[in-house]
Each structure stands twice: as C-alpha cells, then as structure tokens.
Design a protein around this ligand. Structure first.
Ligand code: ZN
Length: 175
C-alpha cells in the first residue's frame, strides 16, 4: 500500500463542515490538495490531473450485469461471458475503478487507515459510475459490518459511502 499524503484528514474534516468565513480560513490555512498525491488543486476532494489520468476507470462498453469491461461493443445491453455462463443473483452492479494502482491505495487507506475523509470523493465517483442504477433507486442499503469488526474499525465504510452516494441526484444528472 503506497502512502497517500498526510495532513489532509483534519483540513478535510474541517472543510466539510465549514461555510463562509470559517471555510475561507480553512482554505487559507490548508489549501485544497489532491487526495492522491497532495499537489495543489482548485477544489477540495479532487484529484490533480496526473492522478486523475492514472486512475483505472472502468469505461463503456461494460457488461450490463457485472459491470466489468467487455472487449468490444456488443450492442445496447452487452453481457460478459461470465454473466451468460453464471448469471449473478443481482440484476446490475457497477464500479468506478478496477481494483488497481491509486484506486486500490484509496480503498486500503479508507478501510484500514481511518481515512474517513475519503468517503466523499469515493462516494461521488461511485455515484457517477452507477448513475444509471441510481436513477431508478429509492433506497440505498450499505452492507452491514459485524459488530466486532465495527468496534475495531469504529466506522462502517459502506455506510459512509452510502451516505455520500445518497447525496447524488441522478435525476438532476450529477453532483
Ligand atoms: Zn495528485
């Protein structure tokens, strides 16, 4: 697991609750920085151009059931070989990234490194990737965390992501 920049946690938590003069003071003391490398960015909770280009996004065409990339466009609702041979119990799934590189580091730091401030940008990216599903959704339910694991971790990462995804307004078309 590579190391994400330190110093983002406190500033990000303060920024999320800050408005007006206090928000401007937080930005002055801790200018927004890339959540991947710490480089200066214009807005908080964003990536710099270099990190953005390095993120392993999953882009169309994707399997309509599993959401995994398919090698070429198979029509309006392509299915992967796995979805045909072993259909999942769920109707549709989507992911923002392949579990690789910076995306893998973000997940590790979020889940195991107490980096809860990553919930907002990760939730936004998940919502963007799953906006077609969210359009028809009226309820978002996070995967529960076993009570002992919850005591050890002190938060349910799925609940934090679900909260951020819930802010996404699919009908309005974005964040
Ligand atoms: Zn960066």
């Amino acid at each position: 697991m590579s190391r994400l920049p330190d110093g983002l946690c406190l500033a990000t938590h303060l920024r999320h609750g800050a408005k007006g003069t206090f928000g401007a003071l937080v930005d002055l003391l801790w200018p927004p920085s890339c959540i991947g490398c710490g480089a200066a960015v214009i807005e908080p909770d964003r990536f710099c151009a270099t990190c953005w280009q390095g993120l392993p996004f999953i882009s169309p065409p994707v399997c309509q059931r599993y959401g995994v990339p398919v090698p070429f466009d198979l029509g309006p609702e392509p299915l992967s070989p796995l979805a045909v041979s072993d259909p999942p119990v769920f109707e549709r799934a989507r992911a923002a990234f392949r579990y690789d590189g910076l995306a893998r580091d973000l997940v590790h730091h979020f889940k195991c490194g107490d980096r809860t401030e990553l919930a907002r940008p990760m939730g936004r990216l998940m919502a963007e990737a799953g906006k077609a599903l969210l359009y028809d959704t009226s309820l978002i339910v996070p995967v529960p965390l076993h009570r002992f694991r919850f005591l050890g971790r002190r938060f349910n990462q799925a609940a934090l992501l679900a909260k951020e995804i819930g802010v996404f307004d699919a009908k309005a078309g974005g964040l």
